[in-house]
Ligand binder design. Structure first.
Ligand SMILES: [Zn+2]
Length: 243
């Protein structure tokens, strides 16, 4: 059965070498090369609605299917990733935190990391007009699997409400911060009206998969082009966690 590689990116930029949190950074030159390879190797980059139709079995998964996801909504998405995506006409989805628009990623402070700027409403609207898709990543970047029921309700419902009011369009896709979720989080995301949720479980997504725990493949700072291609081919899998 053909699968879809849903690639997970966070920050894209001119980062110097690093030892920690490598899976949440990608050097912009490597990113540009990765997208170039997707193009020349004939990969089909799907928008997220097509991904869902494929998972639901409404559409056949094309050969070499890939989707591009970006967590947190950093300004460096606009600066470094978007120009490359535009060059190739690749669709992408960015997961936003309703409590951080136009602010800094202050949840990094506890790790002693610098706090990169998050895109403003104006910037996001500009990208929406250019065809970039957006989903919700909650309000405050909380680990839902460790949160109280009330906190989960707030993160999920409030983010949907605020984002939809601000941007006057439906937000139908959710992304669990830190990939942390449990049965309650799945239920609450579903009940709130989201159609899908992505996790950090590693592997390709296949028709019939659970729509609220879709696996992804993190592209890390350390991935050379060979490592990148290896991840595209990686089927692994992985039983989905029993929850
Ligand atoms: Zn995040």
């Amino acid at each position: 059965m053909r699968g879809i590689s849903i690639l997970m990116y966070h920050q894209i930029g001119p980062f110097s070498s690093m030892r920690e949190h490598r899976s949440t950074y990608c050097h912009h030159k490597r990113f540009a090369l990765q997208m170039f390879y997707l193009r020349i190797l004939g990969y089909r980059v799907l928008d997220f609605d097509t991904v869902l139709r494929c998972i639901k079995g409404e559409e056949e998964v094309p050969p070499r299917a890939v989707a591009l996801t970006f967590d947190d909504g950093y300004e460096n998405f606009y600066e470094y990733a978007y120009p490359v995506l535009r060059r190739y006409g690749f669709p992408a989805i960015v997961y936003l935190l309703s409590g951080y628009l136009g602010k800094e990623a202050s949840w990094f402070k506890k790790d002693g990391r610098s706090t990169p700027p998050i895109m403003s409403e104006e910037r996001i609207k500009q990208l929406m007009d250019k065809g970039i898709s957006f989903g919700s990543h909650g309000v405050t970047h909380l680990k839902l699997g460790e949160a109280s029921d009330e906190e989960i309700y707030f993160e999920v419902r409030e983010s949907k409400k605020v984002l939809e009011e601000k941007f006057k369009r439906p937000f139908r896709h959710f992304c669990y911060p830190y990939g942390s979720f449990d049965k309650r989080a799945i239920q609450i995301v579903k009940e709130a009206g989201f159609d899908s949720a992505v996790s950090c479980v590693r592997g390709s997504a296949y028709p019939g998969d659970h729509l609220y725990q879709l696996p992804r493949k993190a592209i890390s700072y350390g991935d050379s082009i060979l490592g990148f291609i290896w991840k595209l081919h990686m089927k692994n899998r992985r039983k989905l966690p029993e929850i």
